[in-house]
Design a protein around this ligand. Sequence first.
Ligand code: T4K
Length: 370
Amino acid sequence: MDREILVTRSSMPDLDEYVNEIRTLWDTHRLTNMGPKHREFQDKLRDYLEVENIELFTNGHMAIELTLQALNLQGEVITTPFTFASTTHAIIRNCLRPVFCDIDPFNYTLDVEQLESLVTDKTCAILPVHVYGNVCNIEEIERIAKKHELKVIYDACHAFGETYNNRGIGQYGDVSCFSFHATKVFNSIEGGAATYRDKHIGEILYDLKNFGIHGKEEVSAVGANAKMNEFCAAMGLCNLRHIDEEIAKRKKVADRYREHLEGVDGLQLNVTQSGVKSNYAYYPVVFEEKEFGATREEVFDRLAEEGILARKYFYPLTNAFSAFHGEFDVTKTPVALHISKRVLTLPLYSDLALEDVDRICELILECGTR
Ligand code: T4K
């Protein structure tokens, strides 16, 4: 191909729309610290996500990290290793111990069959991930959490705008954390949010994102700085106007992949989940060499030769990171290990041409018949 196709491409509004949105900043010089754009964006998101409570952050990671801090947790947190670094790092940076649970082989979220066997008297919380926008087994997670009095914090960074059983995904668990990073279905350049059930958690989150400052002369908590600025909020406001259209376009791309790849021996496509309104966040395909005739690496390399840069989200597993010096036994999460060695996330974004999807699939299918 004469141009590169990357795994994703940020959605952006028309330049004029953004310029118009930020114009008032030149009048007010109010660039950050919960200004009018921040307030408007937060209100609009509350409606869009169908949640009662929301707090904006500078990114998805700080939403997760500060949520764990706000809940004042101690001990062990059961989580998945099949995720981005952020999820595991947020646990460890709070001096908590991650306990890795294996994943479901088809939707790649926490394996609820194994989950309860990992609960000990040190367990304080479960941190599942709606990975690729696939919704976790919420009923079972809630049952287990209730039985053992555990907090549930969903990493919903891939699940923007999704609903489960007609309720915004952010309504589930004690807290759900979203990312609005440039690479996500919905972006505010960088950004994130926590949606939560208990209003009191919101007060703590606010303190933690703004140095614990209350008014001009009182600092009543030891907080960090994780505020969203006005330029990011303005980008979020613009992108929010177009989000439904964006997701509809992503669906067309995902459907086209499925037309070409469904039913091919040795290819496992992503699940369609009942009760879920999907956002088509990623297009993961698992390559089983024996049945397909080529490895994930061979497909990755062949696509790269043509300038198509798919990604191995999520390889390596977080429990295999060199940062942890072999502290965690990856063989205890065999399904996650198997999938992470075989999965490739194919390019998926709203303005990816369907002809490009055809070409990508052609190249993939050729790999299998070589
Ligand atoms: N939890 C989960 C499950 C997550 O996946 C993430 C983030 C988080 C928590 C934390 O949320 P944030 O703190 O990030 O809000 C990317 C993203 O940086 C990261 O947000 C995302 N997950 C992760 C899955 O992917 P990289 O290192 O793969 O990104 P990068 O720079 O290689 O970009 C990938 C492709 O995206 C590029 O090839 C081109 C395109 N791109 C990238 C950028 C930066 C754009 O089109 N525009 C851009 O500005 O991590």
